[in-house]
Design a protein around this ligand. Structure first.
Ligand code: NDP
Length: 275
């Protein structure tokens, strides 16, 4: 499994991880089996949030990670409505209890909505000092938001920005990815298949055939070919979870990248999109 240093954190993280949004709607045994299969295949960056199933997904992950916690890079997120100075600390402690662990590897502000960013960042630093999180980051931040966070926190503190990125939504390539590369902030691509279904395209099929891979694997390899980018596909099917994990070792060549660039054009800058 290909790993990379995660932004400023002194840790190697697999290029492909595991998303968990809406997993509470799936059959729990199948979802747990899929998470465990992906971890065993090396896709050990597990992404969750207090939002998901209103805490149910964190609880389910607590069961899925039993005996595997030390192999996992575990990320959760605080809702902006909880992200006050004190509220962030309490939300983190609730997430830790649900997940059955004493620390998170990564804690993110889920999106911006009227929170006091300086208070959120102070709470993140307090949690880091107390050993309850190893690092912190943000999600759904545009360049202006990142500049604001950087001015508050100083360099080398924002571990990542988790943002919408898939073949049909490449607008972050204009400014956001270059900004993150310059400031050593990891970019985590959420909804890498567009959240519902990967678009069908003859070019995807033909590149997949050439590499004896699947279109989903080609899509993930395209998104993560830049060294700052990680992806967190969600699947509650063990065989798909293993398929997604294996994409970390699929290397596309310049011809493939150019063909995909033409088939799924980046388009003009349209502002940061989010789900
Ligand atoms: P994805 O783009 O990962 O797509 C998930 C869908 O693709 C599911 O229907 C899944 O079905 C299907 N799928 C997965 N793998 C395969 C495969 N190999 N072949 C065929 N179908 C497949 O969607 P998400 O929106 O869930 O995004 C991924 C993660 O990103 C989330 O789960 C969450 O952790 C994070 N996220 C973060 C957000 C934020 O604001 N920070 C917002 C949205 C997502 P099935 O499960 O049945 O296999």
């Amino acid at each position: 499994m290909q790993t990379r240093r995660f932004g400023p954190l002194d840790v190697e993280v697999p290029v492909i991880g595991i998303g968990t949004w809406n997993m509470e709607r799936d059959d729990e045994r199948a979802a747990i089996a899929a998470v465990q299969r992906a971890i065993d295949a090396g896709a050990s960056h597990v992404d969750t949030a207090e939002l998901y199933g209103n805490g149910q997904v964190e609880e389910m992950l607590g069961r899925a990670l039993a005996g595997r916690r030390d192999r996992v890079f575990l990320a959760s997120k605080v809702l902006p409505s909880n992200a006050t100075r004190a509220g962030t600390v309490h939300a983190c402690e609730r997430s830790l209890r649900r997940l059955g662990t004493d620390h998170l590897d990564l804690y993110l502000l889920h999106w911006r909505d009227g929170e006091d960013l300086a208070g959120t960042i102070a709470a993140f630093e307090e949690l880091r000092g107390a050993g309850k999180i190893r690092g912190w980051g943000v999600s759904n931040f545009g360049v202006g938001d990142l500049e604001e966070a950087l001015a508050i926190a100083g360099p080398g503190k924002i571990a990542c920005n988790q943002v919408l990125y898939h073949l049909g939504e490449r607008t972050i390539e204009h400014e956001l990815v270059p900004w993150c590369e310059r400031h050593q902030v990891a970019v985590v691509a959420y909804s890498p298949f567009g959240s519902t279904r990967l678009p069908r395209h003859a070019e995807l099929d033909s590149i997949a055939r050439r590499h004896r891979a699947t279109p989903h694997q080609v899509a993930l390899a395209f998104l993560t070919h830049r060294p700052a980018v990680f992806a967190i596909p969600k699947s509650s099917h063990a065989e798909r979870a293993a398929e997604n994990a294996a994409a970390a070792d699929l290397a596309l060549d310049e011809r493939d990248l150019a063909a995909l660039d033409a088939a799924f054009p980046r388009g003009r800058w349209r502002g940061l999109a989010m789900i």
